[in-house]
Design a protein around this ligand. Structure first.
Ligand SMILES: [Zn+2]
Length: 121
């Protein structure tokens, strides 16, 4: 069970289908393919609606807040300079990180057997 979860998360982080680890998980950005091009698995059955943005912000926040405190300590730029640096940077990093986190969430759901159908019951 534990190694199954690690396999699912690892394949998801690699943006691969959790079932076979070979086909690509996403068609377009953040759009899960309804049929894996390698094994045909439908990965849209796994719920991943709210968790990826939440987890992404959690991870990005833990990385960025210490950096912001560090910059403020060593340089002490004006507040508008801080905003000009951090807001675009955080937006870009969050958007860039989101597919990997979403992949990991889908992989976790695959490993634990959580589907949209079972979540609704
Ligand atoms: Zn597959």
């Amino acid at each position: 069970m534990g190694s199954q979860i690690m396999t699912g998360i690892r394949r998801g982080l690699a943006l691969r289908c959790p079932q076979c680890g070979d086909g690509r998980l996403f068609g377009r950005f953040l759009k899960v393919r309804s049929a894996c091009d390698a094994c045909g698995a439908d990965n849209t059955i796994y719920p991943s609606d709210d968790a990826p943005p939440y987890l992404t912000l959690l991870v990005v926040g833990h990385v960025m807040v210490p950096l912001m405190l560090w910059l403020d300590f060593v340089w002490t730029p004006a507040l508008w300079v801080q905003f000009a640096i951090w807001l675009p940077l955080i937006a870009v990093i969050t958007i860039a990180t989101l597919p990997y986190v979403k992949g990991a969430v889908v992989g976790f759901a695959w490993a634990t057997g959580v589907t949209r159908q079972s979540a609704r019951q």
